[in-house]
Design a protein around this ligand. Structure first.
Ligand SMILES: C[S@@+](CC[C@H](N)C(=O)[O-])C[C@H]1O[C@@H](n2cnc3c(N)ncnc32)[C@H](O)[C@@H]1O
Length: 359
């Protein structure tokens, strides 16, 4: 009996050690994935939908038509990423390995609008952001300055604004996630019915607003309201009026206000200010439609919780040390504190939750 207990303890210690060994090498996952994206491996396998399993040598022949490259090392990346469900591995009797794309691998391939989730991965690992990661601890020591600023001597937005390629990648990374997500959400949520003037606060490129207007032609006027530097980089989009401004100071009037993926960059005090400015800009019964990452109350080990908490650290490190992801209760309280009597939450998507506040 005593021996069993010892064995169990030993087993749990070895599992614990394994967990640390996995975590110690976790960096190999994003680094290998960004490499695979830069090499255009997913496109080489996908080939307009064929998704035929290919060996590393076949893939190399497609991405390096003039020769060169090491198929064995490429296979090492493919094998490791298979363990993260990016690829399916097909092992033949003679030991040859071939790879096709899983559902996760498929969303790394550009669609007919030139968008995919690959850009989010690339944007999150570009040089300026990578320089900030080792400085996370600074956010604990001194929360007044973002680690990104300590590493790069300017804020992330100043950094993007000075570098058109980085700005373009930022816009594409958001659209690559937002477009499919919005398509899905607009099929499930009908809260834009009856709205004639819609303001998208922090609407970035304006692409989300255009999608809402396409689905709801009753929206005759769409105002994309974002920081002046951001709207200056936004492409012209038919029917969308780009307006530069700061939501912490004021918000343009509309029948409804939409804010997606923006509150995470505000402190609690700033979030309250923006809620107040939205309240002032809305008519009686007007809706503030918020679409944000919403944290679960309880911390568990699910993919959803990990994705949301991982991004919370990203915000703290890159954009604002006291910006954050919030729980449904925290959002509800923000609405109550700023005068919105009605509140509904819709969990259409596992990452972004739709929160509806009505005056
Ligand atoms: C993470 S992006 C989200 C963009 C877009 N809503 C989406 O879901 O794809 C945050 C956006 O908020 C904008 N933003 C940040 N602070 C703002 C402020 N004080 N006033 C207006 N826009 C702001 C940023 O410029 C950026 O475009």
């Amino acid at each position: 009996m005593k021996e069993d207990v010892t064995n169990n303890t030993k087993m749990s210690e070895s599992k614990a050690r394994l967990a640390i060994l996995e975590l110690a090498h976790i960096m190999s996952v994003p680094m290998s994935l960004t490499t695979i994206i830069k090499l255009k491996v997913a496109e080489a396998i996908w080939q307009d939908g064929s998704n035929t399993p290919l060996s590393a040598a076949d893939i190399l022949a497609r991405i390096r038509p003039h020769g060169g490259g090491d198929a064995d090392n490429l296979q090492r990346l493919l094998r490791m990423l298979t363990s993260y469900d990016i690829f399916d591995e097909h092992l033949s009797n003679c030991g040859q390995r071939k790879y096709s794309l899983t559902n996760i691998g498929k969303i790394l391939v550009d669609d007919n609008q030139g968008l995919s989730c690959a850009y989010f991965m690339l944007q999150h690992h570009q040089d300026g952001l990578m320089r900030a990661w080792p400085l996370i601890g600074e956010a604990v020591e001194d929360p007044t300055i973002q680690p990104f600023v300590k590493a790069n001597k300017e804020s992330a937005f100043e950094y993007y604004l000075k570098r058109p390629d980085e700005m373009n990648l930022f816009l594409k990374s958001l659209s690559g996630i937002s477009v499919p997500l919005m398509k899905d959400m607009l099929n499930k949520y009908d809260g834009f019915i009856g709205v004639e003037t819609l303001v998208d606060v922090g609407g970035n490129s304006g692409i989300t607003l255009r999608m809402i207007m396409d689905k709801y032609p009753n929206v005759l006027k769409g105002i994309n309201y974002d920081l002046p530097g951001m709207v200056a980089s936004a492409p012209p989009i038919s029917g969308v009026i780009h307006v530069g401004g700061n939501a912490l100071e004021s918000v343009p009037r509309g029948d409804a206000i939409f804010i997606k993926w923006v509150f995470l960059g505000f402190t609690n005090e700033e979030s309250k200010l923006v809620f107040q400015n939205c309240y002032k800009a809305l008519p009686v019964e007007g809706k503030l439609i918020v679409c944000e990452p919403v944290l679960p109350e309880l911390t568990d080990e699910s993919h959803r919780t990990r994705a949301l908490l991982g991004a919370d650290i990203f915000i703290m490190t890159m954009y604002k040390t006291k910006g954050k992801h919030r729980t449904e209760q925290q959002f509800k309280q923000l609405g109550i504190a700023t005068g919105f009597p009605h509140f509904r939450a819709f969990y259409f998507d596992p990452y972004l939750t739709l929160l509806e506040f009505q005056k």
